[in-house]
Write a protein that binds this ligand. Structure first.
Ligand SMILES: C[S@@+](CC[C@H](N)C(=O)[O-])C[C@H]1O[C@@H](n2cnc3c(N)ncnc32)[C@H](O)[C@@H]1O
Length: 278
């Protein structure tokens, strides 16, 4: 624990337990219930190896190989950004948006920049009849998302597409056929990346973070390109960085969108913006 604390890990006790549970193949609850349980000798070397990775500030989710999101377990590794708890707001925003939709056909939903797949797969669970599409410019991320879809038994329900923003949907003939586009795009200003936590700076893929000079380069391209994918009455929901939702009304209007709703995270910070084409 001392070594973890010295390395700057915020919750050394919790993380030591998680690493030990991982090596012993048991949950943290089981570990705490039987602290006297003897550990096989070979576990000591495995624990030390896991600890060394964490001391180098590799994300604990990479070492454990999984994370929880929307009460589901997802495989996580260096191929894609580790899904963050605040991104659950994107799922919530999508469900609320679709709840207000007039009946008829099941909704068609696309996530641009799917990463490890947590958002679209949470929606697959919540909306059993929805038609689901997910894309990414990174084929490594798409491979991980497809593995997660298989783990959750919904690989056949999600159509994965590789390519830049709206382009793969246009190629697939989906112009004007979607009810909702979702994205948690890269939104960190390039110059801020060097100052991020090592877990993010060194281990999340750069393509998942870098939003250009002011952080909004990809967001502007999405605003310009995504409207053509939507049916009448369709919308787009974006997760944004600190302070960015406040600027979104003006930027969205320039590209023909109206911001309808802004969702705040548990700290009261504006995070997710829902909009429609004017
Ligand atoms: C912040 S991550 C979000 C990952 C996942 N949706 C989540 O919320 O955990 C952004 C994702 O967008 C992808 N991406 C970046 N630029 C892109 C582009 N031009 N077209 C499509 N996807 C892109 C990255 O590869 C990355 O997987």
């Amino acid at each position: 624990m001392r070594r973890l604390r010295r390395a700057g890990i915020e919750s050394p006790r919790l993380e030591a337990d998680l690493l030990l549970g991982h090596v012993l193949g048991c949950s943290r609850a089981e570990l705490l219930a039987r602290p006297e349980r003897p550990a096989p000798v070979e576990c000591a070397a495995a624990f030390e190896a896991a600890l060394l990775r964490r001391l180098r500030r590799e994300p604990i989710q990479h070492i454990l190989g999984r994370t929880e999101f929307w009460s589901m377990s997802f495989r996580t590794d260096a191929r894609a950004l580790v899904p963050r708890p605040e991104t659950e707001l994107l799922v919530q925003g999508a469900l609320e948006f679709l709840a207000g939709r007039a009946g008829g056909e099941p909704p068609a939903i696309a996530e641009i920049g799917v990463g490890a797949g947590a958002v679209i797969l949470a929606l697959a669970r919540e909306l059993p009849s929805a038609r689901l599409y997910a894309s990414d410019v990174s084929c490594e991320a798409l491979a991980l998302a497809a593995e997660n879809a298989r783990l959750h038994g919904v690989r056949e329900r999600v159509r994965f597409l590789e390519g830049d923003l709206a382009a793969p949907y246009l190629q697939a003939g989906l112009a004007g056929r979607l009810d909702l586009v979702l994205s948690n795009p890269p939104y960190i200003p390039s110059g801020d990346i060097a100052g991020l936590q090592p877990e993010v700076r060194e281990y999340d893929p750069r393509v998942a973070l870098d939003g250009g000079g002011d952080g909004l380069a990809i967001v502007r391209r999405l605003l310009k390109d995504a409207a053509v994918l939507l049916r009448a009455g369709g919308g787009m929901i974006l997760e944004l960085g600190l302070g960015q939702p406040a600027a979104m009304g003006g930027i969205a209007a320039v590209h023909g969108w109206r911001v309808e709703r802004v969702l705040r995270d548990h700290r009261g910070i504006e995070r997710v913006v829902a909009m429609r084409v004017v």
